[in-house]
Design a protein around this ligand. Structure first.
Ligand SMILES: [Zn+2]
Length: 341
């Protein structure tokens, strides 16, 4: 995976490639942007470009140095991550730590890193430190890290990856060259998620829209609830003012907390689709229901759609935070919407 092969982040890749071409490297970079948009892959590709034996400054992805970077065992690249993340990734076992693996990056970890960075590189002309989830550095650890940024060891490049860079001290941020990562294009996420999970095109598109440009989130998302998406939406629109249908809908889709949450998430996106159809905009999440979205848009008003959206949101909040009955919340939502018609 070379820098040139990183998809969907042209600005970030270009700024790093420009630094590599000019040879004017900063000693620290802060990759900021949402979870699951390729910050870590880009850091890996950047490390390869810096250490590659075949195509220095670009990375070939296949020489001994590039392969070791990819396998996370290049002796001159130190990856730092919270213990809990290392356990989740199978890089460490729970028994490796005393007590519960921490979600924070601790000062001891920063000190160990500093010790390694104080030594000469073992193989490559320079050494790298890549800090995964840098926003989890606790205050003490951030203060310790700050010292390294203030007096960077020679031949060292540090890369901090953060999905919430504003949780880092301003003094840390100001000492890093910032590289911004935006959400990935929906079409790219949709294509990748369809491939990886074997989803049909319209479900993959829906997942991509719900994941808001994060491939990571799209790959992890529970898609069971989406399988009956089209049926759910059609039935929702057919409820009309028939109490019998209303009750059956709530019973069927509010069987469990998870079912109701999935259903409400689908209905929320559907409401957004209808609002888009109302103004003739593109970008529907439910591409296969465009016709129905237009029909519903014709018989409803924009304020009504806003209210619908707010009611769906409050039903969702009631279920997730107040432990309300999922079925009763769906019933209530439908009754309220019915009364508005
Ligand atoms: Zn290489």
């Amino acid at each position: 995976m070379t820098l040139a092969a990183v998809e969907g982040q042209p600005r970030a890749v270009e700024s790093l490639s420009a630094a590599l071409r000019s040879g004017q490297l900063h000693h620290a970079y802060l990759f900021g942007g949402p979870e699951g948009v390729g910050k870590e892959r880009t850091a890996e590709a950047f490390a390869q470009a810096l250490l590659c034996l075949e195509r220095p400054g670009e990375g070939c992805g296949s020489c001994a140095a590039c392969s070791r970077v990819a396998r996370r065992n290049h002796p001159d690249v130190t990856w730092l991550m919270p213990e809990a993340v290392a356990v989740e990734r199978g890089l460490a076992g729970r028994s490796d730590f005393t007590g519960t693996p921490s979600r924070e990056l601790k000062v001891e970890q920063v000190r160990a890193l500093q010790e390694r960075l104080s030594l000469r590189p073992l193989e490559a002309p320079r050494k790298l430190a890549i800090v995964v989830a840098a926003e989890s550095l606790n205050t003490q650890a951030q203060n310790a890290f700050l010292k390294t940024l203030e007096e960077p060891p020679p031949d060292t490049v540090m890369v901090l990856l953060a999905s919430a860079p504003d949780r880092l001290l301003p003094t840390i941020r100001s000492r890093c060259s910032k590289v911004h990562f935006g959400p990935l294009p929906t079409a790219l996420v949709s294509e990748r998620v369809a491939q990886a999970r074997g989803l049909d095109a319209s479900t993959a598109h829906m997942v991509a829209v719900m994941a808001a440009g994060s491939l990571g989130r799209a790959l992890e998302m529970d898609v069971k609830g989406l399988a009956r998406r089209a049926e759910l939406i059609r039935r929702f629109e057919e409820v009309g003012s028939e109490t019998r249908r209303l009750l059956r809908f709530a019973e069927e889709f509010g069987g469990s907390r998870q079912d109701a949450e999935d259903a409400l998430a689908v209905l929320q996106l559907w409401t957004r689709d209808v609002a888009l159809a109302k103004v003739g905009a593109e970008g529907l999440a439910n591409t296969d229901l465009a016709e129905l979205a237009r029909e519903v848009a014709e018989r409803t008003t924009e304020p009504a759609l806003h209210r619908r959206s707010a009611r769906i949101e409050s039903a969702l909040t009631a279920i997730t935070t107040r432990n309300a009955s999922p079925r009763l919340q769906l019933e209530r939502l439908l009754v309220e919407l019915m009364e508005e018609r």
